[in-house]
Ligand binder design. Structure first.
Ligand code: ZN
Length: 497
């Protein structure tokens, strides 16, 4: 083929086509995870895999490859140059994969998710095990088409967080383990009882009202969002003006929906504040997972577990929730920050949370260096939980089957949760230089914090790599000390250590 001189125009047309397919697939995926009947799964999955195959053909077509290659040798505006560089990196991962292998993998992933849901519901690891092994094997096959000599797991880690390697994560987790485990032990020795009110039953319709109140408080509008229900809470980005979230309601654990909502609104706010001019462009969706978690965990923990956040709304929440009528604000804050080794990652307190992530990280490392397989992974999981957190899951649903990620072949994703949490402490440190965070929250002015995030972080979308943005916004490279200090200070105050 011959390239016309107006490559930039072709590039934008190409992106529009990709965006249209992506929007269709995102809508189908949202539908599948929320209201679609399970019985329609096999047909829906085939159709989604077909569309993904079409999208794959479009993005790996010879003219698309040639255009990206030519454009990557030229200079346009800085944003386009970044975008081309990122697209070339993605293209190089996909271009040598045969389409039939890619489509078969897409279908495997969709079906694996349905099998995982069943397996989790019945706590049957044996049901999930064969498909998990297939996902691991096929991921290795896909990666083998990249012509990249780095270890497979380093490549996967880099997919989710640009620049991160096993060596980096090993250092990071070593620090967390050495600095946090002694604090967890001190708290355990204090034998503080878990507040009884945390287990009180709160009807789902009441929880939904609290969720709505919090959404409003966080300036999350249903004009540009939606709140639905799914097995595993998530957020879905459609465009700057359409960012949706899900929660799940547990009647005897009502704080779960509260923090799921705050967390997912953190993701949705990030997506919703990307410069609207980037709609439909690659650059709008290329934020890393660590960056994304740094926003959701910032909302959930730095903001959502602080007294200043709850002060202006707590009376209203008490008005809705009978279970909180005799719980003072200080008791509430102590309860939502209660530290206790537990089995479920997404319900874990902030201090033990990174250890849950470390369990998954070590398992993934083993799955890709060949020292572990899907065989007995439920037992390996239980052993590691016992070693790091001192508790052992009695069922697979409370252990290896609890998270959706592996059913989606998202190997390399988990470590970004701990990393994002650490970034979020560094953002908070920077925010405090510009704003009195407590006073702003007490004045019920969350919009001011949202505006700071938009200006410093959100509007850029995926233009900058995390390392660049950290330097730009906070004036220094990534520094996990802020995270450790934040966790230790908070625990010291709450538990009078
Ligand atoms: Zn998240």
């Amino acid at each position: 083929m011959t390239l016309t001189p107006d490559l930039l125009q072709q590039h934008h047309q190409f992106q529009q086509k990709v965006a249209a397919y992506s929007l269709a697939l995102a809508t189908m995926s949202w539908d599948a995870y929320t209201i679609a009947p399970k019985a329609g799964g096999p047909y829906r999955n085939r159709m989604m895999a077909y569309l993904q195959g079409e999208l794959f053909s479009i993005t790996t077509a010879p003219e698309a490859i040639e255009r990206i290659e030519v454009m990557s040798t030229q200079s346009y505006d800085p944003i386009t140059d970044r975008e081309i560089k990122q697209m070339k990196k993605e293209l190089d991962k996909a271009r040598y994969i045969p389409k039939d292998i890619y489509v078969a993998f897409s279908e495997l992933v969709h079906n694996a998710n349905d099998i995982w849901e069943q397996a989790k519901a019945t706590s049957d690891y044996a049901l999930f095990k064969p498909v998990l092994q297939q996902l691991i094997d096929q991921t290795k096959v896909l990666v083998s088409y990249r012509n990249d000599t780095r270890p497979v797991y380093d490549q996967l880690l880099d997919d989710f967080e640009t620049g991160m390697t096993m060596a980096d994560y090993d250092r990071f987790f070593d620090k967390l383990r050495s600095d946090l485990v002694p604090v967890i032990k001190k708290i355990k020795d204090k034998m503080v009882q878990k507040p009884e009110w945390l287990d009180r039953k709160v009807p789902v319709d009441v929880q939904a009202k609290v969720v709505d109140l919090l959404a409003k408080h966080l300036d999350y509008s249903k004009d540009t969002g939606a709140i639905s229900v799914s097995v595993h809470p998530f957020s879905q980005d459609f465009s700057a003006r359409d960012n949706r979230v899900t929660v799940r309601y547990l009647e005897d654990q009502f704080t779960s929906s509260i923090f799921a909502l705050i967390h997912e609104v953190g993701h949705a706010t990030y997506n919703g504040q990307v410069d609207v001019a980037y709609d439909g462009r690659y650059i709008r969706k290329s934020m890393t997972y660590g960056m994304h978690e740094s926003q959701s965990r910032f909302f959930e923990n730095m903001i959502g577990r602080s007294k200043a956040f709850w002060l202006p709304i707590y009376a209203e929440v008490q008005g809705l929730v009978d279970a909180l009528k005799d719980v003072s604000l200080d008791e509430f804050i102590a309860g939502i920050n209660f530290v206790e080794p537990s089995l479920i990652r997404i319900e874990a307190d902030e201090l033990t949370y990174p250890l849950h992530v470390m369990v998954r990280y070590e398992i993934e490392k083993g799955l890709f260096d060949g020292t572990l397989s899907a065989e007995n992974l439920d037992q390996v999981w239980a052993d590691k939980m016992e070693a790091y957190l001192g508790i052992r899951p009695q069922t697979a649903a409370m252990g290896v089957l609890q998270d959706v990620h592996w059913s989606g072949a998202a190997f390399g994703y988990f470590p970004t949760y701990a990393l994002g949490s650490a970034y979020s402490a560094q953002w908070m440190h920077a925010l405090r230089k510009d704003l009195d965070v407590e006073a702003t929250l007490i004045a019920n002015d969350f919009k001011a914090i949202k505006a700071w995030l938009a200006d410093k972080i959100h509007r850029h979308g995926g233009v900058y790599e995390p390392a660049e943005l950290l330097l730009q916004v906070t004036g220094e490279p990534f520094n996990p000390q802020y995270y450790v200090d934040y966790l230790v200070d908070k625990a010291t105050t709450l538990y009078q250590l």
